[in-house]
Design a protein around this ligand. Structure first.
Ligand code: A2P
Length: 268
């Protein structure tokens, strides 16, 4: 394609992987998913992120992207926003199958099972593309060994923005490796804030009113049994974190596992 030709006019920088796009799916004018080949030597933990760029400049622009596929998958998946005029996403949103993606070699991140103490229930709080690291977590068998129930919670403005999550859950429950566990243990709860749908409202408001716990048929958050991961905008992280801390949960890290972990869904 023309895109591929234009891309390869620049040399591939040293110390990055150059991978090939294998699939692109657009959900709305703001959201899309893409998959790339996985370098044989690349290892990561489910929930981590990497730096992604395009070979379309002498000095490529890199942005942090959560890996949405699980660590056992032979390809890598990403779920991205399209920001008009965004230094990376303006170009990234135009990729087609066969194009080249640059990826730095070192994955990192806090939304990993290792940063949490085992518990009865795992709540995955997400807004928008913040669902991406959880798309990895819910496809990892370790998640179902560590937690009896896993609640994938997702709020978006529009119903069409929830489609990625619905597809993810269907694929996961049908998966040969984790399908049986996911069918028994994974619950998907998705809300909109602007489209009129059956389930509406911000997760924070639904926590405050108690409707979230009522709808899920669970007791309110309890530090003895419940664990959380949070991924969304800065404001969302702060607001959900305040509620978990008020309920008595403490924030964990890779070297200090505790009851919840937090990471920004990177945008621009
Ligand atoms: P709202 O429509 O009320 O702003 P965005 O697309 O702007 O990243 O937002 C994604 C979703 O996150 C929207 O449904 C938005 O609701 C919701 N949201 C925004 N800020 C917060 C917050 N502080 N706490 C919970 N949800 C939020």
């Amino acid at each position: 394609t023309n895109a591929a030709v234009a891309q390869t006019a620049y040399p591939i920088p040293e110390n990055v992987f150059a991978e090939t796009v294998t699939e692109v799916q657009h959900y709305t004018d703001r959201l899309f998913k893409f998959r790339i080949t996985r370098p044989a030597s690349f290892r990561f933990r489910s929930g981590e992120f990497v730096m992604i760029g395009l070979p379309n400049a002498e000095r490529p622009v890199y942005r942090a992207y959560s890996i949405a596929s699980p660590s056992w998958d032979e390809e890598l998946e990403f779920f991205s926003i399209k920001v008009p005029g965004g230094p990376l996403t303006e170009h990234l949103q135009k990729i087609v199958v066969g194009d080249t993606i640059l990826m730095k070699k070192k994955p990192t991140g806090t939304l990993v099972n290792d940063a949490l103490i085992a518990g009865k229930r795992l709540y995955l709080f997400s807004t928008g593309t913040g669902i991406a690291p959880f798309a990895s977590i819910v496809r990892d068998p370790e998640t179902y060994q560590k937690f009896e129930k896993v609640y994938l919670l997702h709020t978006c403005r529009l119903d069409a923005e929830l489609e990625y999550g619905r597809e993810l859950v269907a694929i996961t429950k049908d998966d040969p490796l984790v399908g049986e566990e996911a069918s028994a243990q994974l619950v998907h709860y998705a809300t909109t804030t602007r489209d009129q749908t059956d389930r509406m409202g911000r997760l924070t408001d639904l926590m405050d009113s108690g409707k979230l716990w009522e709808d899920l048929g669970v007791p309110p958050i309890d530090p003895a049994e419940d664990r959380g991961m949070i991924c969304g905008s800065m404001a969302m992280l702060k607001d959900v974190k305040a509620r978990l801390e008020a309920a008595g949960l403490t924030e964990g890290a890779n070297n200090r596992p505790a009851e919840f972990v937090v990471e920004r869904a990177f945008v621009d």
